[in-house]
Design a protein around this ligand. Structure first.
Ligand code: MEV
Length: 439
């Protein structure tokens, strides 16, 4: 059995590779070869990547694709997406093209408020705590001036600090529930630094003001931003006369519209479907978040909490038919940044921002919401007409052919063959076998 290792992070990259290869893989030489194959020849660039995290031994590629023709508020975008799933970029491009001819996407920022909390326990009289907070509130702002000065010149800063009594949920539990504006930064570091300062101020003032006399105690447990940002919200929408919703030649536009509305209603009625429905939306959202160097885990966590805000898990999109018009929209919380973090560090992220014409955080929120809406529109359009597999398998075809080590000539022949034939895994295997037999 492999023994635990001490001081792994202090080993050289070479030694880390040797250790992992020898202890956890069957062919140490091959493991080392694969890892090295993905190193960048440019030593400076490789060092940059090495230093993003601890214990880097290689790089992990994802395809970086472009979905062009997105008309958003009358401006044309080509959207960069980093994702491995074969059909996502194709589906986004198809939806973009469809809506390009029907007025494009319209978007609106509904809020940009970020949230952070200082969680603490106080055993004394809550009225005393309330009076203490009222008296000392200004000092929370004053004592964090050194942190907020720069953000304030950019139009951001602390918007509010509120004392919340949470003792109904957990004995003696209180919060400083704080809201922030962080402009073009995602703001995690700014918010967390402010919160840690609030915690210090809280503890110091509590002692100075005698709040914790007479055997009472006040103890800060933690200070951290919240990734649940229901008021950092963006809306994206498309609409067209029903007669223009010609999704498929064999399905009338009226039927298509009706089934699209039903598909959303089903997601709203039933969490198994809602989760998959929203997963399709996140295909688009995450791909742009990754390409633009934002934190997809934060966005994922916040988005799904938002989808469950009523107590049951619902669709993030809505659809309606009114006065002969089909309307399809999304409201989604997105705390994003276009400065700081990876945006200036990672050359591909930097490029993604340039391709998007260096958007502000608000613009990026709108672009990402559109990518999610487009993805859901594409998925539902297929689901309520041909089914998902036809398009999906066409895109997946190259993966199957690559698995079977098809040559470029074989790929060309079979991609052309499956333009008019249904691609299933077994059909592809059979067609390739036949092709090889006939050589
Ligand atoms: C696949 O990645 C996403 C879909 O399952 C989304 C959906 O069902 O709406 C196609």
């Amino acid at each position: 059995m492999t023994q635990p290792i001490k001081g792994f992070s202090k080993l050289s990259k070479e030694d880390k590779i040797t250790w992992i290869a020898e202890n956890y893989t069957s062919d140490a030489r091959k493991t080392s070869e694969i890892l090295r194959q993905y190193w960048n020849d440019d030593k400076q660039l490789q060092q940059l990547h090495d230093e993003f995290i601890e214990n880097t031994i290689s790089n992990y590629y994802l395809p970086f694709g472009i979905a062009p023709n997105f008309l958003i508020n009358n401006k044309l975008y080509a959207i960069p997406m980093a994702i491995e799933e074969s059909s996502v970029v194709a589906a986004a491009s198809k939806a973009a093209k469809f809506w390009l001819d029907r007025g494009g996407f319209k978007t609106k920022i509904l809020g940009t408020q970020k949230i952070g909390q200082v969680h603490f326990f106080y055993t004394g009289d809550s009225k005393k705590l309330t009076a203490f907070f009222k008296k000392t509130k200004a000092s929370f702002f004053d004592e964090s001036k050194h942190l907020t000065k720069k953000m304030e010149t950019r139009g951001g800063g602390i918007s509010s600090i509120e004392l919340r009594n949470m003792t109904q949920k957990l004995p003696n539990y209180y919060q400083l529930h704080c809201t922030f504006e962080t402009q073009d930064a995602m703001g995690a570091n700014f918010i967390n630094s402010c919160l840690e300062q609030f915690a210090t101020t809280l503890e110091e003032k509590a002692t100075i003001e005698g709040l914790i006399s007479e055997g009472d105690s006040l103890e800060v447990v933690m200070s951290i931003l919240s990734n649940y940002v229901p008021n950092c919200l963006v809306r994206a929408e498309v609409s067209c006369p029903i007669s223009e919703l010609d999704l498929h030649k064999d399905v009338s536009p009226e039927k298509s519209a009706e089934k699209m509305v039903q598909a959303v209603a089903i997601a709203n009625a039933e969490p198994h479907r809602a989760v998959t429905h929203n997963k399709g939306i996140m295909n688009g959202v995450d791909a742009v978040i990754l390409a633009t160097g934002n934190d997809f885990r934060a966005v994922e966590a916040g988005v799904h909490a938002f989808a469950a805000k009523t107590g049951s898990y619902n669709s993030l999109t809505e659809a309606s038919i009114e006065n002969g018009v089909f309307k399809f929209w999304i409201e989604i919380p997105l705390a994003l940044g276009t400065v700081g973090g990876l945006t200036s560090l990672h050359p591909m992220v930097h490029l993604a921002h340039e391709i998007l014409q260096n958007p502000s955080a608000k613009e990026l929120m709108q672009i990402v919401a559109v990518a999610g809406l487009a993805q859901n529109f594409a998925a539902l359009s297929s689901l309520v007409t041909t089914g998902i597999q036809e398009g999906h398998m066409k895109m997946h075809l190259l993966n199957i052919l690559n698995q079977m080590k098809a040559t470029n000539d074989e790929k060309l022949t079979l991609v052309s063959y499956f333009k008019d034939n249904t691609a299933t895994h077994s059909a592809v295997v059979e067609a390739l076998d036949k092709l090889r037999e006939n050589l």
